[in-house]
Design a protein around this ligand. Structure first.
Ligand SMILES: [Zn+2]
Length: 606
């Protein structure tokens, strides 16, 4: 008996010994693997980024060919690395290494399966869907054709309901042929996600947030509950204004708002109908940043310098010389370029940072420059980290910082930089409702939209939405979250989600939701900790070095820690909350409540 006991003990020791040596060996392999990934990234990424920069700045047959070759190879390589990373799932290692592996595993939004035929089918469908969107146009007759730009120019400006409906419906025709390829793409993508160890694409997409995906989805729903009363009050007032403009036949005073009347193709920003929903007491109260830029005759580069100065005023290091030499600031006359504004981190070892923008001298682009520089200063702050950690704490962070600064473009700030005088600043501050309304038609309106878009996708990815119900479920969600309806009964073969870029292009959208929420939490926390106790929309962090220190130290963490820890650096909390956006718009909400007193607000949910 004793002998047997000794044997068992020995056996147990032996196995545990061999287990631990096996573990050590596996951990060593893991470390070597991660080192190799880092080396490859340092060596190859700058070249791939250069190829990509050239292809966006010099659109020629050859530049596209070089990029497509690089992309194909680097996708295959990245897929192999995701797969290799999954092989270490059960190896015990440091938190930091585990994090790097998870980052590699979740690098894809639409992962190809480990099957060559399916992988190439997927890539073909993705290219096809992008091209269908990019070259999308609709002809009502031979000489009556429009692309997105053409239809948008009507939607954004017209006040003729029939013309608006026609333009909206015309653009949405482009979705129809996308339905079948989109569903096939999801089918293959789900298989790819499963090959990497996720239950489906939704599980993959929402596993990037340092908490179980279901928990994350519940937490973002909770935030929406906070914001909803503000949105509903705004909705109620806007619906009433549109009813006054168009009458009961077109705008049901108790129902959802028909999307084509909102001044934007997707009804995601309502700032183009500002004049219908708000009439200031006197015209003088508002200043026009576009006019100021033109009057001062600021060049495009001077606009960027003013934005850089904001970052420098709160303690950031100035941008490298190469930023000014290599960025694209204005639309070249001699060639076509991709004008969509973007921020680039081409070669972190040499701090090669650039923006690419065709700057127009107006208020919108002045804001966009701040947004893009938010990305650039983020890169600069985390470029010392290993490549896998060089990104935002989560994808919302990267979008949030530039927008955070635009909340600080207050009348007082504009006075400080010599854009307006004392008297103009005082007058503008007197019309707080005008200022807040302008912001809310963009910043509050986008919140339910940015939430519902990926909710719809999650239903499709998880197979909860049937093929027959794809378009209906889209409109059900738009009704329930946004109180918005289609202008007419949709045809059975419609696929309206396809008419929004991010659906055929597979760009996740939750990041914009997070950014919109976090931006106000950051703003409130930074203003409060610097002792500001006035209304939040009057607070500017310009020149506030303490606020800057918090932003810089948060940025410097990159993605090396769970986002909740980075979030805490600025806000002192780990929780997302809609309370800050509510606090920010408090004066507007009070005003809306008075306007809405005798109106019946809300709409019925389906
Ligand atoms: Zn951005």
């Amino acid at each position: 008996m004793k002998k047997l006991f000794i044997f068992i003990i020995t056996f147990a020791i032996v196995t545990s010994c061999s287990k631990s040596s096996e573990q050590t060996k596996q951990n060593e392999e893991l470390i070597n693997f991660l080192e190799k990934v880092e080396q490859d990234n340092e060596l190859l990424n700058p070249v791939i980024y250069s190829a990509s920069w050239i292809s966006s700045n010099f659109i020629t047959h050859d530049s596209q060919m070089v990029l497509s070759d690089y992309s194909k190879r680097s996708t295959l390589d990245a897929l192999q690395k995701s797969k290799d990373a999954s092989a270490f799932n059960n190896v015990i290692t440091s938190d930091s290494n585990r994090r790097k592996l998870e980052i590699l595993k979740t690098a894809f939004v639409m992962p190809p399966p480990f099957d060559d035929a399916l992988a190439s089918e997927l890539s073909k469908i993705e290219t096809k869907l992008s091209a269908m969107y990019g070259s999308g146009k609709y002809c009502y007759s031979e000489n009556d054709c429009n692309d997105l730009e053409g239809f948008e120019s009507i939607i954004d400006k017209s006040r003729d309901p029939d013309q608006l409906k026609r333009a909206w419906s015309g653009w949405h025709e482009i979705g129809k042929p996308m339905k079948d390829p989109y569903i096939r793409m999801v089918e293959i993508g789900n298989k790819g996600a499963q090959d990497l160890g996720f239950s489906d694409l939704s599980d993959l997409w929402f596993s990037k947030y340092d908490m179980p995906s279901e928990e994350f989805l519940n937490s973002i729903d909770g935030v929406w509950e906070d914001v909803k009363p503000l949105y509903e009050a705004l909705h109620c007032h806007v619906r009433d204004s549109l009813n006054n403009e168009y009458g009961d036949d077109i705008v049901d005073i108790a129902g959802p708002i028909p999307v084509h009347l909102l001044g934007n193709m997707w009804g995601q920003s309502w700032s183009n109908i500002y004049d219908l929903v708000y009439k200031p007491d006197s015209k003088e109260s508002s200043y026009d940043v576009t006019n100021i830029i033109l009057e001062k005759d600021l060049s495009e580069i001077e606009m960027v310098e003013i934005a850089e100065d904001f970052f420098l005023s709160i303690g950031f290091d100035s941008l490298p010389k190469t930023f000014w030499e290599r960025s694209l600031f204005t639309k070249p006359l001699d060639r076509s370029v991709v004008c969509h504004a973007s921020a680039w981190n081409l070669d972190p070892a040499n701090n090669d940072l650039r923006i690419k923008m065709c700057i127009e001298r107006n208020e919108e682009d002045f804001s966009t420059i701040h947004h893009e520089l938010g990305h650039i200063f983020y890169y600069q702050a985390y470029n010392h980290l290993p490549s896998l950690f060089r990104s935002g704490a989560n994808d919302g962070f990267h979008e949030a910082f530039g927008d955070l600064l635009t909340l600080s473009i207050t009348p007082d700030y504009l006075k400080q930089i010599g854009f307006i005088n004392q008297e103009q600043a005082e007058k503008a501050k007197d019309d707080a409702i005008g200022l807040l309304m302008k912001q809310a038609l963009e910043g509050v309106v986008v919140v339910p939209w940015a939430l519902m878009l990926d909710k719809w996708r999650a239903g499709v990815f998880k197979g909860e939405t049937s093929y027959e119900n794809l378009n209906n479920s889209w409109w059900e969600m738009r009704n329930n979250y946004q109180g918005i309806s289609a202008p007419d009964i949709r045809a059975e073969d419609s696929f309206d989600p396809g008419a929004k870029y991010h659906i055929p292009a597979n760009t996740p959208y939750t990041r914009y939701y997070l950014a919109r929420i976090m931006q106000y939490q950051f703003h409130e926390a930074l203003c409060k900790s610097s002792g500001f106790d006035g209304p939040l929309h009057e607070c500017s962090i310009y020149g506030n070095v303490d606020a800057g220190k918090k932003i810089i130290s948060t940025m410097a963490l990159g993605r090396s820690v769970p986002w909740q820890s980075a979030f805490k650096e600025i806000t002192g909390s780990q929780e997302l909350s809609g309370q800050s956006i509510i606090n920010y718009y408090k004066p507007l909400k009070d005003w809306l409540d008075i306007q809405n007193e005798n109106r019946s607000c809300g709409w019925s949910e389906t």
